[in-house]
Design a protein around this ligand. Structure first.
Ligand SMILES: [Zn+2]
Length: 182
């Protein structure tokens, strides 16, 4: 896959995140990451600075194939994002614990994320948005961008500092990987 959108985790963070979200495979879990975006040599790189893991009370509901997070949790993260100067990107993360390997965003995921991205673009300047979905062993990641008023989901790759933390992208075999236009 040819891509130039990268989501970079600091040492141990991807392992920690996956351990927390995939500990219980009977329900989907959710997290919000705060990151900083940079453009370097034609590449868009988002470095993760902070991981927000909701508690049980932050969910309206959870099942093996769905979840519903309370708005308050998202708004709190968004408030922090807009008040901090070291971060400018919200990355939402959820699990598909029923999938062992291959994982992809569902139609519902895409719809929800597009709606949220539109909301972000209407309300805030310069806040970027990405999403990650984990199966038990792989991931798929998207960076959302707006070009000529059209929402473009662009495939992204995750990079870790230590190779033993790295997991496979389920998009690694897709040929339509494209360059970041954002
Ligand atoms: Zn999903």
């Amino acid at each position: 896959m040819k891509t130039s959108c990268v989501i970079k985790f600091r040492n141990g963070d991807l392992r920690l995140l996956r351990e927390r979200l995939l500990e219980d495979l009977s329900h989907e879990y959710f997290a919000i990451l705060l990151g900083k975006r940079r453009n370097i040599g034609g590449k868009t790189i988002i470095t993760i600075h902070d991981i927000k893991i909701p508690g049980n009370r932050d969910y309206n509901g959870q099942s093996v194939a769905s979840l519903n997070i309370k708005k308050g949790f998202v708004h709190q993260a968004l408030g922090e994002l807009t008040n901090r100067s070291d971060v400018d990107t919200m990355i939402d993360v959820h699990t598909h614990p029923f999938s062992r390997k291959h994982v992809g965003f569902s139609g519902v995921d895409d719809g929800d994320e597009k709606r949220f991205f539109r909301f972000l673009k209407e309300k805030f300047d310069n806040i970027h948005y990405a999403s990650i979905v984990f199966s038990q062993g792989e991931y798929s990641a998207i960076l959302w961008s707006l070009k000529k008023r059209q929402i473009l989901p662009e495939k992204a790759v995750i990079k870790t500092q230590i190779s033993s933390e790295q997991i496979l992208s389920s998009d690694r075999l897709t040929k339509r990987g494209q360059k970041c236009v954002s």
